[in-house]
Design a protein around this ligand. Structure first.
Ligand code: FPP
Length: 244
């Protein structure tokens, strides 16, 4: 049993999502190019994935690359792309052995064949694992996801596969990239900003948020447990009144 500092057992969320912010600033503070921050960010992610497996968290969703990130300088975009590709290639075996199932969430329709294949191969290789589901939000935007879901539902209605009345919140959720996954219980944002940045807009409806000034490359297991400790003390009411 994992204890919090106050001896209350840590409440382990089923699904944790993370906005991994602050890589660039971490590097700048050390007078290094931003790329060093991203590299160190990958190490941070590896630590957190391992810790999720250790704690028994079932789903981890990380914001790796947004639909807006393409507007960064070309050099940074191509660095990030090759860093992710390399990381997948070097880590896939260990992830597979740890029982991690990888899934890319994001818009595949506008991806080049190279990146579509990268994710498809990682997904195929790990599809029967069930210790931790690692969702990598890549070419992801919450508004884009909602618009695409609406489009696919309209298509189904026009094709006679669904009726207007079939379109419920549940049906809508199933049309999102996250499909049948549970909504995130806890969303962590590192790097000191207090905004959603187009991340999991629909799914975050009842999530608990945890913000920290710690920059992503410095976010270790101790910081992660601080977030879980904070979550342990939250009272989740989902809009209802809890009986005392
Ligand atoms: C935000 O920091 C971070 C990113 C845009 C990239 C995050 C990606 C990784 C950590 C790599 C993930 C790898 C895999 C394989 C999924 P920032 O650049 O916005 O930092 P700043 O706010 O300090 O400028």
């Amino acid at each position: 049993m994992h204890q919090s500092k106050t001896d209350k057992p840590l409440k382990i969320p089923q699904h944790v999502a993370i906005i991994m912010d602050g890589n660039g600033r971490w590097a700048r503070q050390k007078f290094l190019p931003r790329q060093f921050g991203h590299k160190e960010g990958v190490n941070s992610l590896k630590r957190i994935v391992k810790h999720c497996v250790h704690l028994g968290i079932k789903v981890l969703t990380v914001y790796a690359f947004s639909t807006e990130n393409w507007a960064r300088p070309e050099e940074e975009v191509s660095f990030l792309m090759s860093l992710m590709e390399k990381t997948i290639h070097t880590e896939i075996q260990e992830l597979d052995e740890q029982g991690v199932r990888i899934r890319m969430i994001g818009d595949r329709t506008t991806l080049s064949q190279q990146y579509r294949q990268l994710w498809e191969r990682a997904e195929e290789r790990t599809h029967s694992n069930n210790i931790l589901q690692l969702n990598i939000a890549f070419n992801y935007g919450g508004r884009n996801e909602i618009v695409n879901a609406a489009r696919s539902l309209i298509q189904d209605v026009l094709a006679g596969k669904l009726t207007f009345a079939d379109i419920t919140e549940q049906q809508f959720s199933n049309a999102l990239y996250t499909q049948n996954l549970p909504d995130p219980d806890l969303i962590i944002r590192t790097g000191g900003e207090y905004r959603m940045s187009n991340f999991l807009l629909w799914q975050a409806a009842y999530a608990e948020w945890y913000f920290t000034d710690v920059l992503w490359p410095d976010f270790g297991t101790e910081e992660f447990e601080k977030a879980l400790e904070s979550y342990t003390y939250r009272e989740r009411r989902f809009g209802r009144v809890l009986e005392k």
